[in-house]
Design a protein around this ligand. Structure first.
Ligand SMILES: C[S@@+](CC[C@H](N)C(=O)[O-])C[C@H]1O[C@@H](n2cnc3c(N)ncnc32)[C@H](O)[C@@H]1O
Length: 286
């Protein structure tokens, strides 16, 4: 699906507005927020706190070391730091760092000789992440403003990239992957948790599921997603986990429900149609 510049700008604005609102909510009211702020659609989180999914992604010992203002705004759909095999001294980049949960976990692993860069395009999220860094007394994390489609870092300057439930929000996923490949050092690794869809349903329903999964710009079919990574230069890609969303959860969306009725499909047809996947992709050494 090709998207023109106007559409891209609209998507960027909508994403920034949604996540700016969530950051503000978290800062002003000191309350737990979820990915979709209590809306009707979307895939991750619940209204009532650190989502069950998030509690499942991180082990409790990891969470205990973080302040409440960090764990209260965990908006991911996996835990890319666990697969990162992060080592002391490494430079790590988090694409779409949000309130900073994965940056703080990575910072511990790379230690004082390493560095973590959290990149985000939502100023209010950056304010929240920086306040969290201060509260945690963390010195080796730098939260920077910027776009994952235009990473403000030199070529071959990063050892490991992590990204948690962000790339699905981009209107230009191909550019995100080529930028990730550019900034990684030869032999570097991209660790991603993200939402993808699977084909085999009527087109309208596929579009609605995709919109539901990513809230705004539309999640991609897994094959297409991996294809974009390969085109960007990642020759070795390992999908480590697929966690499928249950038909009951997906069909709570009114749009999905209506289309199911219209196409006379029963709920079971939604089985294994949306998943959060965790994967690792390598940049060649030479
Ligand atoms: C679903 S939240 C995930 C935050 C974090 N990774 C986590 O696990 O809690 C998505 C974050 O990505 C940021 N974001 C979305 N699209 C972006 C883009 N194109 N460039 C930079 N940041 C982006 C949003 O501002 C938001 O903070």
């Amino acid at each position: 699906m090709s998207v023109d510049q106007n559409q891209k700008d609209r998507i960027t604005q909508a994403v920034r507005s949604r996540y700016g609102g969530l950051a503000e909510q978290s800062m002003e009211k000191s309350q737990r927020v979820s990915c979709c702020g209590g809306g009707q659609s979307c895939s991750c989180g619940s209204d009532s706190g650190l989502s069950e999914e998030a509690a499942e992604f991180y082990n409790s010992a990891e969470l205990e070391e973080l302040s409440k203002s960090v764990t209260d705004i965990s908006l991911g759909c996996g835990n890319p730091t666990t697969i990162g095999d992060l080592k002391p001294g490494q430079t790590v980049l988090d694409l779409g760092s949000g309130g900073g949960i994965d940056c703080f976990l990575a910072a511990k692993k790379v230690g004082p000789t390493g560095q973590v860069i959290g990149l985000d395009m939502t100023p209010k999220m950056l304010d929240l992440a920086r306040a969290n860094a201060k509260k945690q007394g963390v010195k080796n994390v730098d939260f920077r403003y910027g776009y994952i489609e235009d990473i403000p870092l030199p070529d071959a300057s990063v050892d490991v990239i992590i990204s948690n439930c962000v790339i699905n929000l981009s209107a230009d996923k191909a550019t995100v992957f080529s930028e990730a490949h550019r900034v990684l050092r030869p032999g570097g690794v991209l660790n991603v948790s993200d939402i993808v869809t699977y084909s085999g349903l009527p087109q309208q329903l596929v579009e609605q599921l995709s919109a539901w999964a990513s809230c705004i710009s539309g999640a991609l079919d897994e094959e297409e997603y991996l294809g974009l990574m390969r085109t960007a230069g990642f020759s070795r890609i390992e999908v480590l986990e697929r966690k499928y969303y249950s038909p009951d959860l997906i069909s709570a969306d009114e749009g999905v429900q209506a289309l199911l009725e219209e196409s006379k499909l029963d709920l079971s047809k939604l089985d294994k149609k949306i998943a959060s996947i965790t994967l690792r992709a390598y940049k060649d050494k030479f």
